[in-house]
Every structure is written in structure tokens, then in C-alpha cells.
Design a protein around this ligand. Structure first.
Ligand SMILES: N[C@@H](CCC(=O)N[C@@H](CS)C(=O)NCC(=O)O)C(=O)O
Length: 207
């Protein structure tokens, strides 16, 4: 079996996939396609992902693009514990949270942590976009915490894809002076503490 992950450790979506791979105990190779250096837009990566994004996974010659598809595929084909909730209700919560993160969360969170940590990557520091980003990040985190409710994880009693979506971006927000503002959401602190304690979170901290 050969499994290759394309994408560098600094990418939040790559870390999402790596957390799943660690939870699965999978052996894999990684090609560090560096987003900050613009490497996803080089011809060799555009041949893998026509829109110049990471992650991309190659499994025995079968190529999978887009994080949601990669997560579902790897969870199904790799041995190890399932990260897919075992009932329709929790699977819907997982998908809702992933959809909200993809559509409204990632861009907002990047505009906040990018402002402080990777200004060139987001086209320079724009105060207005940072302020909107704080509000929108909070709104999305609030919705995800509502989906979580009183459960320990976003889609129930065990970690699932949606937890691995949100945590890597939160790790970057935590390094910024805006963390207290973005994280001021009911239920977030307990979830964040729980996520940071996961071995898969610890094992995937970018160096
Ligand atoms: N829809 C994609 C989004 C992936 C994505 O946005 N990846 C970022 C890194 S976290 C990226 O490749 N950015 C490169 C660029 O936009 O130049 C997915 O679900 O995998």
C-alpha cells in the first residue's frame, strides 16, 4: 500500500488530514507543497489539483482532492478506529459543521490569523478585513459550539472530522492577540482544551 499526502505542515487543511492519519495509525509519505511559497500554483501541483490547493492524497495511484472527500475516503479504506459518527444524527452534525467551516469559517479565520502571522499570503494587512474576520470567525465558532451542545466533541461523544477541521485554524488564532476576542464563545474553552490534549493534535504541530 502506498499513501502520499501532498501539502505542507503549515496548512490547516493538511493538518486536518494528518490528524485523521495519526488517529488511524497510518503509514504515509508527505510531499511538503508550501502554500506560503506559492508552490500549489506550480505546474507540477496544478496537475494534481487544478485550483492550486492542498491537501491532495494519492492512494495506490488513486488521487483524491478536497479535504471532505479525502477524510471520508481515508476513514473508509484505512484500518483503525472510525472517525465517522455511528448514527445519522451525529453524521448530519459532522457534515453541517464541516460545511459551515468550509463556507464561512476558513476564510474568516485566515483573515484574522493571516493578518498577524502570514500577511503576504492574504495580500497584506487590511484592518477592515481583520475586524470583519473576527466577527465572522466568532459567528461560525458559535454555530459549531451550538451543534456540539453538551457533548464533548462537535458531532457527539467521540472526535470526528469536524473537530479536525476547526482545531488547526484555532491553533493559529491562539498565537495572535485576537485570540481572546475570537474565542469568547460559550462552550469553546472546554472543547479547545479537549482538542489540544488529543495525541493527534500534539503529533501534528507544525515545526
Ligand atoms: N476546498 C479545499 C480548500 C483547501 C485550501 O484552501 N487549502 C489552502 C491551504 S490551508 C491552500 O491550498 N491554499 C493555497 C492557495 O490558495 O494559494 C479543500 O477542502 O481541500
Amino acid at each position: 500500500m502506498s499513501l502520499t499526502l501532498y501539502g505542507f505542515d503549515g496548512s490547516t487543511y493538511v493538518r486536518t488530514v494528518k490528524m485523521l492519519l495519526v488517529e488511524k495509525g497510518a503509514d504515509f509519505d508527505q510531499v511538503q507543497v508550501n502554500v506560503i511559497k506559492g508552490e500549489p500554483h506550480l505546474p507540477e501541483h496544478l496537475a494534481r489539483h487544478p485550483f492550486g490547493k492542498v491537501p491532495v492524497v494519492d492512494h495506490d495511484g488513486f488521487r483524491v482532492l478536497e479535504t471532505a472527500a479525502i477524510m471520508a475516503y481515508l476513514d473508509e479504506v484505512l484500518p483503525g478506529p472510525s472517525l465517522t459518527p455511528d448514527n445519522a444524527h451525529d453524521r448530519a452534525r459532522n457534515h453541517m459543521a464541516m460545511g459551515l467551516y468550509d463556507s464561512y469559517g476558513y476564510g474568516a479565520l485566515v483573515s484574522v490569523f493571516g493578518f498577524h502571522l502570514f500577511p503576504d499570503f492574504i495580500g497584506g494587512q487590511n484592518e477592515d478585513s481583520r475586524r470583519k474576520g473576527i466577527d465572522n470567525s466568532k459567528r461560525v465558532i458559535r454555530e459549531l459550539m451550538k451543534i456540539k451542545g453538551d457533548d464533548p466533541f462537535i458531532a457527539g461523544l467521540a472526535p470526528s472530522f469536524s473537530d479536525f477541521y476547526l482545531a488547526p485554524a484555532c491553533a493559529y488564532i491562539a498565537m495572535t492577540p485576537d485570540a481572546a476576542l475570537v474565542f469568547a464563545v460559550d462552550g469553546f474553552a472546554e472543547w479547545w482544551k479537549r482538542l489540544q490534549a488529543l495525541p493527534s493534535f500534539q503529533a501534528t504541530i507544525p515545526q
